[in-house]
Design a protein around this ligand. Sequence first.
Ligand SMILES: Cc1ncc(COP(=O)(O)O)c(C=O)c1O
Length: 443
Amino acid sequence: MRAAQAKRELERRTPRSRAIACERAEILNSGLAANLEMPHPILIERGEGAYVYDADGNRYLDTSVGFGLHILGHRHPDIEAAIKARTELGWMFGIHTTVQMKLASMLHEASPCAERVVFCNTGSEATMYAIRAARAVSGRERIALFDGCYHGAHDYGMWVTDPNSPVAAPGKLPMGHGIPGAIEELVTLLPYRHPAAFDLIRAQADELALVLVEGVQSSNPQPGAGEFLAELAEVCRTSGVLFGIDEVITGFRLAYGGAQERFGVVPDLATYGKVLGGGLPVGAVTGRADVMEVFTGLAAKRGIFSGGTFSGNPLTMEAGAAMLSHLREHPEIYGRLDAAGDRLAAAVNGFCEANRIPAQMKHAGSMFHMFFQREPIDCMRDAKPGREAAEKAFYLHALNRGVLIPGTQRAFLSTAHGDAEVASLIRVFQDSLADVQEEGLFH
Ligand SMILES: Cc1ncc(COP(=O)(O)O)c(C=O)c1O
């Protein structure tokens, strides 16, 4: 089938989504910033397990699972029960509540670096606070981030690599307009999984407040990320620079103890979001007690401001505690998620090789990402532009076959994706790739 035909079929099946999407554009301006970008407008009405249902009643096998946070699938009964029970008691007070300690203790126990814990509301807030804390503790202002990493929407993280700059010394470009030029002076971009990153850290050691890295890059998930992480931690330690792992995605996904547990690397600070909140908005910073002390108030030594209307709100705390309780009681989940990810990637990559299709799936456990090239991809600098039409057509075909793959390409499996769902994904990925190949879109 050609992509145009898949589009027509989708249009025929989604009239209500289409009408709402048109009406919505007049009032609600939210692009990728608020919701997943899809190859065709669909508006979701409900979710159940591994599936979501759109406004026209069509069912899709979901590989976004709420930007990765529903690791147990949509509407897990334990989480739903916890949310319902909380609604009978009131769900927002703005004053400390008894339930905060439940989730704080679990996070304290789970996160290897967590001598102390602070809650906020999103992953973006968590990384913003980690940066502020590191600046306060070190008395330095420059931070170092990696090429291809994402740490949230605040100005400090809105830098992408200038593709024309040398690999060993990435130049920066702002991600869109509105990012103050002055911030650029405070950010060093480092090449990911490249030894030049270590040289840059050593050279700038006296200026750097923090080196922050994702546990595994969600833009480029690779199971071998741990070796680099361990070396990076050591370089930061010997250079006297604080080291932070952003576990917003990897926390409670790669392992119960996140990338720290999986790779045996303990940073000074770690940031959390997503799975931690059981499906409700959450962020958290964990870390060494002497660093985290800055969060105890402005009167503390080098104290910083942190706070927020919804930080530690009881509804999120209950949902998060229900999520973590389930994960803690079922450690076998992680082996199953990894096996499902391995099976999917092996089948898709084997199919691409056998049929000489220039595409590949990168994955680490249950996180995966499709790339449309044959050349190896160790870091995002290796990802080549030029096959956008093939990529778009692939997502369109998959959606038309009832599989939702986020246009941000960061895709995930959940425990609700059983053997049958993984088999469906394999079939749909293979058929959709074959369609794109047949139409001649892989130039
Ligand atoms: C690694 C990482 N850090 C931070 C964030 C920002 O989290 P949020 O969208 O909750 O602000 C994200 C979001 O996807 C992320 O993937």
